[in-house]
Design a protein around this ligand. Structure first.
Ligand SMILES: O=P(O)(O)OC[C@H]1O[C@](O)(CO)[C@@H](O)[C@@H]1O
Length: 238
């Protein structure tokens, strides 16, 4: 696992963007695994800016997102489908038919998505304060495929900021790629910033590989690059 401590959020976003750009320029029909949450927003802004200024094209790129709330309308402003359209897809030349965000709440919905997610070249990840990746909460087996998950109180509290600061408005379940799905990606690019991620990053990078910190599984992946700011790195021993 390569860990790069960056000056600040803009710096880490830009470094992460450069990795994506290199991938897409080298292989125009790349498959990107994408994440929501606030962490990758700066990287998405850099992708949009670069597309507009330098013409980097995403027309042959396919994307598969990690997760979506259960029971939310796709057009809801807080759905991850809306998030991706607003924060990335509408700003680049990607073919909407090549973008995929999971949806549904049945075993069949999960199996269908699991079968569709194939050949991901780079998987972008954020990390939850409790070490979750995608919506794989602590205790999730490492070989789990796409599944429906009950969100923890901690995750719902962290996401209440998007729901008028009212935890009761935060959905209680999500559909998420499993850790087994995520680990199949050829390369993993994790971005995180802020002191509230410092414990999770310490457990992910320096802790035992343990299902209590889902992100610790990344220690077993052969090609992981982590871009974090100084605050997020503040609890690392070196
Ligand atoms: O980037 P944020 O907003 O801190 O979120 C971190 C993680 O939490 C989630 O948004 C889910 O709660 C993940 O999708 C994301 O990786």
């Amino acid at each position: 696992m390569k860990v790069v401590v960056c000056e600040n959020y803009d710096d880490l976003s830009n470094k992460a963007f450069e990795v994506i750009k290199e991938q897409v320029v080298e292989k125009p029909n790349s498959v990107l695994g994408l994440a929501t949450g606030s962490s990758p927003v700066g990287m998405y802004q850099d992708m949009i800016k670069d597309h507009k200024e330098n013409g980097t094209s995403y027309k042959d790129v396919s994307t598969y997102n990690l997760d979506e709330y259960v029971g939310i309308d796709r057009k809801d402003p807080q759905s991850y489908y809306t998030f991706m359209n607003e924060n990335l897809f509408s700003g680049i030349d990607i073919d909407p038919n090549n973008t995929h965000v999971p949806y549904g709440n049945t075993k069949e919905d999960c199996e269908k998505y699991e079968d569709a997610v194939n050949g991901v070249d780079i998987q972008v990840l954020g990390i939850g304060q409790n070490g979750h990746i995608g919506f794989n909460e602590p205790g999730t087996p490492f070989d789990e495929p796409t599944h429906i998950v009950d969100l923890t109180e901690n995750t719902r509290e962290a996401n209440a900021r998007f729901f008028d600061n009212d935890i009761n408005k935060v959905p209680t379940q999500a559909i998420t790629q499993g850790i087994g799905t995520i680990m199949k990606a050829k390369k993993i690019l994790l971005v995180a910033n802020g002191a509230n991620k410092a414990d999770a990053l310490k457990a992910m990078i320096e802790g035992d590989v343990n299902i209590e910190c889902p992100a610790s599984v990344l220690q077993k992946h052969p090609d992981v690059i982590v871009f974090i700011d100084k605050e997020a790195a503040s609890k690392l021993s070196k």
